[in-house]
Design a binder for this molecule. Structure first.
Ligand code: SF4
Length: 336
C-alpha cells in the first residue's frame, strides 16, 4: 500500500449524491412503457491526491457506470462531480477538454485496448498528437522516456502490440495513459486478464509510478487480494450504491456490512493472482430495474431482520470508527 502523504488532502475528484438512472423500454406486456434502471444511486465519495481508492462489488453493481459518471463520459441524473474543488457537473464538452488530459484510463484487456495496426511509438504518442503537444522529435523523446519509465526498452517503438506478452502490452497501455501527465488514472481491473506470475509485477510498477509521480488511482476490481495489496481505501458497491467505505486495513479487519463480510469470506487467502471467487451468497443480485424495498441487500442478507424489508438504512459513520461508513441498520452489531 502506498504510504505517501500528499501535500493537500483536498480531493482530486469527488462525487456528491451522484445518481445515474437510465430509461429503457419495458419487456413483454410492458414493452410500451419506459422503465428506469437505477445504475448508480446517491453515491458520495472522494479521492485524495496520491492515494488509491478501490471500488469493489459483483459484476453489474454499478462500478463502471460510476466511473464513467465521475469522468463525465455520461451525464449524471442527479448530484454533482467536483474536480480539484470545482463543480464540473454541467461543464460543456469544450470546458471538459483540458480536464480530460488529467484523467486517464487503463483497461482490463491490453489485447483489445491497443490498436493492433499502430506501432508502439504511435500508440503512446497519439494522445500528444491529439492535444497538439510537442513536435515530432519532442514526442519521440517523450515516448522513449515513457517506455523506460514502465520498464520497457525505448527501441521497441516500431514494433506492434501482437509482438508483446500480456504484461508488456499492459505496460505499453500504462505508458500511453501517462503521456499527458495526468493527475488521476482510472484502473479498470488492470491485472485480471494477466497471467498470475505477471500480476504482481504490474501492481508493483503501478505503485512505483504512483510514488514517483504523485498519481491518484481509482482502482476497479473484484479480487480482494489485489485490492488489499494496492488500495488505501475501499468502497464496496451493491446494486448501484456504496454500502461500505473505509481505509483498507479497517475494512478488512472490521467489515460492518454483511455483503462486505460475504465478499471477504469468499476471497482467496494467500497471494496476488487468484482470478475468481464466489461470494457464497444465496441468489443473484436483484435487477436494478426493480430494486427491493428497504435495504436492497435484504433478500440475500444472512443477518436480515423484519425492519430491513421496509426501511432503507442510512449510509453513515460506524460508531467509534472514524472514517468508516456503512449502510446497515445493524452495522454496530453484526458479528465479523
Ligand atoms: Fe442485512 Fe438488514 Fe443490514 Fe441490510 S440493513 S445489510 S438486510 S442486516
Amino acid at each position: 500500500m502506498n504510504e505517501q502523504t500528499s501535500m493537500s488532502d483536498s480531493p482530486i475528484i469527488e462525487a456528491r449524491n451522484l445518481s445515474v438512472h437510465f430509461s429503457v423500454p419495458g419487456k413483454g406486456f410492458r414493452k410500451h412503457e419506459r422503465q428506469t434502471v437505477r445504475a448508480v444511486h446517491d453515491v458520495s465519495l472522494s479521492l485524495k491526491p496520491g492515494k488509491t481508492l478501490a471500488l469493489v462489488g459483483e459484476s453489474g453493481c454499478g462500478k463502471t457506470t460510476l466511473v464513467r459518471a465521475l469522468s463525465l463520459l455520461i451525464k449524471p441524473t442527479a448530484g454533482e462531480v467536483h474536480f480539484d474543488g470545482t463543480d464540473i457537473t454541467h461543464y460543456k464538452h469544450r470546458q471538459l477538454r483540458p480536464l480530460r488530459r488529467q484523467i486517464q484510463m487503463v483497461f482490463q484487456d491490453p489485447y483489445s485496448s491497443l490498436n493492433p495496426r499502430m506501432p508502439v511509438g504511435s500508440l503512446i504518442s497519439e494522445p500528444l498528437v491529439i492535444h497538439g503537444i510537442g513536435n515530432r522529435n519532442e514526442r519521440r523523446d517523450k515516448v522513449a522516456e515513457l517506455l523506460v519509465s514502465v520498464g520497457l526498452n525505448a527501441d521497441i517503438m516500431n514494433r506492434y502490440p501482437h509482438q508483446f506478452s500480456g504484461g508488456q502490452r499492459q505496460r505499453i497501455a500504462i505508458a500511453r495513459a501517462l503521456a499527458l501527465d495526468p493527475n488521476l488514472i482510472i484502473l479498470d481491473e488492470p491485472v485480471s486478464a494477466l497471467d498470475v506470475s505477471v500480476q504482481s509485477q504490474v501492481l508493483n510498477l503501478l505503485q512505483d509510478l504512483q510514488e514517483k509521480l504523485g498519481l491518484t488511482y481509482l482502482f476497479i476490481g473484484h479480487n480482494l487480494t489485489v485490492i488489499r495489496y494496492i488500495a488505501d481505501e475501499v468502497a464496496v458497491m451493491y446494486l448501484g450504491e456504496v454500502v461500505e467505505h473505509a481505509e483498507t486495513q479497517e475494512l478488512f479487519s472490521n467489515p460492518r456490512h454483511p455483503y462486505t463480510q460475504a465478499l471477504l469470506r469468499a476471497a482467496p487467502v494467500h497471494g496476488v493472482g487468484k482470478r475468481k471467487h464466489t461470494t457464497q451468497l444465496k441468489g443473484d443480485p436483484p435487477s436494478p430495474l426493480a430494486p427491493p424495498p428497504g435495504c436492497s441487500f435484504h433478500p440475500r442478507c444472512p443477518a436480515a431482520q423484519d425492519i430491513c424489508a421496509t426501511k432503507e438504512p442510512v449510509f453513515e459513520d460506524v460508531p467509534n470508527h472514524a472514517g468508516h461508513r456503512a449502510a446497515c441498520h445493524f452495522k454496530d452489531q453484526v458479528p465479523t
